[in-house]
Design a protein. Structure first.
Length: 400
């Protein structure tokens, strides 16, 4: 696994981008609506929409670590709750859905306990009646990379797993009709693991060193994967331009890196944080004392078709809904063309764009500070999970 990949790469450096001139010229004033806060929670870590249900995913502690799923209706009322039952500790850190509404989780589990052979019981003399102190079993490391496929009501359909030598971290999972792609960090290096439709997991493909981080992934129709994140190392024959560059990378189904694009700002820091199958990307741009969220629509060649920046804390997530693009971010200042939006602290802002990058709608909340997750279904519309001022998180719904 330590073998380095050859990189026959067509590379392109994308300079820092601001408001697209065509978009700002045609932009109209937009009144900001109020985001609907549905319910507060203290333990939800992920959120996805599946049909009429908002699915909250959390990792809970009991005698063993468990993955818990809670479904809410469009008003925030719970409709069902499930736990993935296992004798082993397990933890999920990435979630998505497929076109059929199935829920996919990726994380790590502990190896199966070894079966002990039976031995004859020997009873020791204990004339004083001393009761021995019981000690809990030592937990094994979570070093089995695991993918769970669940139905839309939380029942486990299938489980795929691959035992590794030590624990790792999963950052994202993507699913389409050809299979599954999972990205994360293992031994401080970014990796990609894929699975075909039958659930057979590939070997681990490393796509850089500890100087590169892959935050999210899109699985393509030809079974290749598009990876997005940031890097400070030379990739594809191109050296670092800023302090840290955003990275867009395409990897074939055999694990070969076939294209790399750098998103750079001189003396600044960039990273891509989220991406969807239509190549809507969101990320941060840090230059001097200014931090912005970049929202960019790319084509299949990783060339930007439109882009916009909004001053923020840097946290953001985006998705596509039909021909519209939607981004949620932690806004820190007024935004040109948004009427009535003048935050004095980090506040959640959700903005929608048309196919040309023109803002068509906006919603905000003074109660919520930054997005954690954003999801969409035809039945629910746009829903999400966001941080609140008291360090809890809350489920929210974007008004139509």
């Amino acid at each position: 696994m330590k073998k380095k990949l050859a990189l026959p790469i067509a590379a392109l450096v994308i300079a820092s981008l601001s408001f697209a001139a065509s978009a700002s010229a045609a932009q109209k004033s937009i009144s900001v609506k109020k985001i609907e806060k549905l319910v507060a929670t203290t333990d939800a870590e992920m959120l996805i929409a599946s049909g009429p249900s908002i699915i909250l995913i959390s990792n809970t502690e009991s005698p063993t670590a468990r993955i818990s799923l809670t479904a809410l209706d469009s008003t925030g009322l719970p409709t069902w709750q499930k736990k993935i039952e296992s004798q082993q500790d397990q933890m999920a850190s990435a979630a998505t859905t497929d076109t059929e509404g199935n829920i996919w989780l990726a994380g790590f589990s502990a190896p199966q306990n070894a079966v002990e052979s039976a031995t004859a019981a020997v009873v020791a003399d204990n004339p004083d009646g001393v009761v021995p102190e019981l000690y809990p079993n030592i937990r094994q490391d979570l070093r089995v990379l695991t993918v769970w496929k669940l139905s839309s009501i939380g029942d486990v359909i299938s489980t795929y797993s691959k035992e590794l030598t030590e624990p790792g971290l999963i950052n994202a999972i993507a699913v389409n009709a050809t299979g599954v792609s999972v990205v994360g960090q293992f031994t401080d290096k970014p990796f990609l693991i894929t699975a075909n439709q039958s659930g057979t997991l590939s070997k681990m493909y490393f796509v850089g060193t500890a100087k590169t981080t892959i935050n999210t992934v899109v699985r393509n129709s030809d079974s290749s994967s598009s990876l997005f994140g940031s890097s400070t190392e030379k990739l594809g024959g191109k050296t670092l331009v800023g302090k840290r560059d955003g990275i867009l990378m395409k990897v074939s189904k055999s694990g070969s890196v076939t294209a790399v694009v750098r998103s750079s700002i001189a003396k600044g820091d960039r990273s891509w944080l989220s991406a969807d199958s239509n190549l809507l990307l969101t990320g941060y741009v840090k230059s001097g004392k200014i931090t912005e969220s970049a929202i960019t629509k790319f084509n299949s060649s990783f060339a930007p078709t439109w882009t916009i920046r909004i001053q923020s804390s840097g946290e953001s997530v985006g998705l596509s809904s039909g021909k519209n693009s939607i981004a949620a971010l932690s806004s820190t200042s007024a935004v040109k063309s948004l009427v009535g939006w003048k935050p004095t602290k980090n506040q959640l802002l959700v903005v929608s764009f048309d196919s040309k990058g023109i803002i068509t709608g906006a919603s905000g909340s003074s109660e919520l500070s930054a997005p954690v997750a954003l999801s969409y279904s035809k039945e629910l519309g746009v829903v999400g999970l966001a941080k609140a001022a008291d360090q809890s998180v809350a489920v929210f719904k974007v008004p139509k």
